[in-house]
Design a protein around this ligand. Structure first.
Ligand SMILES: Nc1nc2c([nH]c(=O)n2[C@H]2C[C@H](O)[C@@H](COP(=O)(O)OP(=O)(O)OP(=O)(O)O)O2)c(=O)[nH]1
Length: 138
């Protein structure tokens, strides 16, 4: 049976309604593709707690988590079935230590669609590119 892998990502917004995209380091699975920073939900964790933990681990940053940005996206790989859920978020700190990424980029909505996203991220990036981000802010 395919292994289901539950993953959370953060669509981090700034005050100009830009979204933070992050490029996975070359040496990781799906290396060099753009994604929403985050990672796998650990057993017993709720998605919001997992997302806050991952952002501490990956950027050394604290975030606040808002509402889900788009429907959960599912993508099959030979290593398992990724179930990716992305939440809007905002930063309480701005360290951006690049531990798992080679690059981060603040994007306006049109710029989001110019990046080479991981497959599961693409429908979510499209939904965010068309969303009313003023309403997503919190
Ligand atoms: N973090 C993240 N992972 C994503 C996204 N889209 C996508 O397909 N993935 C995949 C890549 C990985 O196979 C999996 C998440 O693993 P990860 O390597 O980022 O998470 P992790 O830190 O918990 O894992 P690990 O390195 O400890 O194994 O989900 C995304 O937008 N963000």
């Amino acid at each position: 049976m395919t292994k289901k892998i539950y993953v959370v990502g953060a669509a981090i917004l700034n005050e100009q309604h830009q979204i933070l995209a992050s490029k996975r380091s070359d040496d990781r699975i799906l290396g060099a593709l753009w994604e929403f920073p985050g990672g796998k939900i650990e057993p017993g964790e709720d998605p919001q707690t997992a997302l806050k933990r991952e952002l501490r681990e990956e950027f050394n940053d604290q975030i606040e988590v808002g509402r889900q940005a788009a429907p959960t996206a599912i993508k099959q790989y030979d290593f398992g079935e990724i179930h990716l859920t992305v939440y809007y978020a905002k930063l309480d700190t701005h360290h951006f230590d690049l531990i798992a990424h080679s690059q981060v980029k603040w994007c306006d909505q049109a710029e989001l669609m110019q990046l080479h996203w991981a497959d599961a991220d693409l429908p979510i990036a499209k939904a965010i590119a068309q969303a009313e981000l003023g309403k997503a802010a919190f």
